[in-house]
Design a protein around this ligand. Structure first.
Ligand code: ZN
Length: 284
């Protein structure tokens, strides 16, 4: 059932529960997330990135998520959210197309420009009753960081976060507190959350916080973060890796198969199992 992201997040925030936001990019990933949410009975978010919109088309994305929510998701509340919208234009078209939540990511801009861009999206979204997530601090992929000192300098500053929320009126805030995008971390060492920083941000900022780059972060750490205002955890990389691993395995196993559906069936099953596991550990 496609429902408003605001309703899902507000309820979870009050109860210190986590909502998992899975990045989906095609029929297989979308179906897997809807089926997993239904199986576990946990309100869940579909996150769509700009890359996916370019890949599938905006209308197709909305139709796919809407249909899968009704059919495969049953009665469990599912929400549609735009991940890392980098421009007003993209956020506005997502809102017009039916997203009930958008992220405007101006974190690469100077603070003042980030505030201006975010405020513009908030003003537009308000008129459509759509929720807006902003971001201060940077979640750049690790490969772009030259050394770790730089990583800590890019983390969200609590005072700046408070100022940002006050000036923009965002409904939720993506924070950089040690997690990073991308798969490298999964092969080197586990991302570490800076809980001291998170605690101060939580004291300063009274909106739900969003943890990006949740793949590979230990479950106890995420549970601890939930007590410090983190309401949404984004999972992308783990799904991508599981997708391709299952696909490679099936292609090797079924060398003579000529029906793609026979190959993709087990892929959807593998993704569903992973999403079920994530939801059971995090969202209940
Ligand atoms: Zn992100």
């Amino acid at each position: 059932m496609l429902t408003s992201v605001r309703r899902i997040i507000t309820q979870a925030y009050r109860q210190h529960r986590l909502v998992v936001a899975f990045n989906t990019m095609n029929a297989e990933t979308t179906l897997a997330v809807a089926r997993a949410a239904r199986q576990v009975g946990a309100p869940t978010l579909f996150e769509i990135s700009e890359k996916t919109i370019v890949y599938l088309g905006l209308e197709t994305v909305v139709a796919l998520v809407r249909a899968a929510s009704h059919e495969a998701g049953g009665r469990v509340p599912l929400g549609l959210h735009l991940d890392h919208g980098r421009s007003f234009k993209l956020c506005a078209s997502a809102i017009r197309a039916g997203f009930s939540s958008v992220m405007i990511d101006g974190s690469a801009l100077p603070f003042k420009a980030n505030v201006q861009l975010t405020k513009r999206v908030v003003d537009f979204a308000r008129r459509h009753r759509v929720m807006v997530q902003g971001e201060v601090g940077a979640l750049v992929p690790r490969r772009r960081l030259t050394h770790l000192r730089v990583a800590s300098e890019l983390m969200t500053d609590p005072v700046q976060a408070r100022e940002f929320v006050r000036l923009t009126g965002v409904d939720s805030l993506g924070v950089a507190v040690g997690t990073l995008h991308g798969p490298i971390k999964m092969f080197r060492k586990l991302p570490k959350i800076d809980f001291k920083r998170l605690r101060v941000i939580h004291e300063f900022v009274r909106v739900p916080l969003v943890l990006h780059g949740g793949s590979g972060v230990p479950v106890p750490d995420l549970k601890r973060a939930a007590k410090l205002g983190v309401t949404v955890v984004n999972i992308d990389t783990e799904l991508r890796l599981a997708y391709l691993a299952a696909m490679r395995r099936e292609l090797a196993r079924q060398r003579n198969e000529y029906d793609p559906r026979v190959v993709f069936g087990p892929v959807v099953a593998a993704l569903t199992a992973l999403a079920v596991q994530k939801l059971r550990r995090l969202a209940r």
